[in-house]
Design a protein around this ligand. Structure first.
Ligand SMILES: CC(C)(COP(=O)(O)OP(=O)(O)OC[C@H]1O[C@@H](n2cnc3c(N)ncnc32)[C@H](O)[C@@H]1OP(=O)(O)O)[C@@H](O)C(=O)NCCC(=O)NCCS
Length: 142
């Protein structure tokens, strides 16, 4: 089940998020950020636990994907796809979606390509020594 995150979910999100960035709790103060209209946290709940989440921001017609994560044993079951579908379904029709992804994160790049994202730029040493692609998804008819 996909739903908006609640305060009670934050501990589980921090736990999963530690796999993405060290000190996830320090990086994102969800208690505060969730109060902001532009900040969105969506979770995927299965087996009575949070097994995946998506964080994104929206400003005007621009949406930035901040983080997407699915717990290892729940991968390849379309959970990330469902989270992205849900985000797109509630977005304005002319929304431009942007994200950064490490150039060697092949699985994530494949996922984004499936959703129509294209590489528009490479940011050198964006993740420490590692480069990142900036990927963009525009409406299909643009
Ligand atoms: C990337 C990630 C979110 C994908 O989650 P997921 O729920 O397993 O993805 P889905 O099942 O929705 O996969 C959708 C598509 O993505 C691609 N993909 C995802 N995982 C893949 C894998 N292990 N091998 C090959 N392709 C993969 C495929 O194209 C897949 O479509 P298909 O199943 O029809 O082949 C997950 O692997 C993850 O949490 N990784 C660690 C965190 C991360 O890298 N986040 C992105 C940071 S930018």
């Amino acid at each position: 089940m996909i739903r908006k995150a609640k305060k009670e979910d934050f501990e589980q999100i921090y736990k999963l998020g530690e796999n993405l960035h060290e000190n996830y709790r320090q990086k994102y103060n969800l208690d505060e950020l969730i109060k902001e209209e532009y900040f969105h946290v969506v979770v995927y709940e299965q087996d009575e636990q949070i097994v995946g989440f998506l964080i994104y921001t929206t400003v005007d017609n621009s949406t930035d994907i901040v983080d997407i994560y699915v717990e290892k044993k729940y991968r390849c079951q379309k959970i990330a796809s469902n989270l992205l579908d849900q985000m797109i379904s509630v977005s304005k029709p002319n929304t431009i979606f942007l994200l950064e992804v490490a150039v060697d994160n092949i699985n994530a790049i494949k996922l984004y390509e499936k959703f129509g994202f294209k590489v528009i730029h490479t940011r050198k040493k964006y993740y420490g020594q590692k480069d990142a692609y900036v990927m963009e998804r525009k409406m299909k008819d643009e």
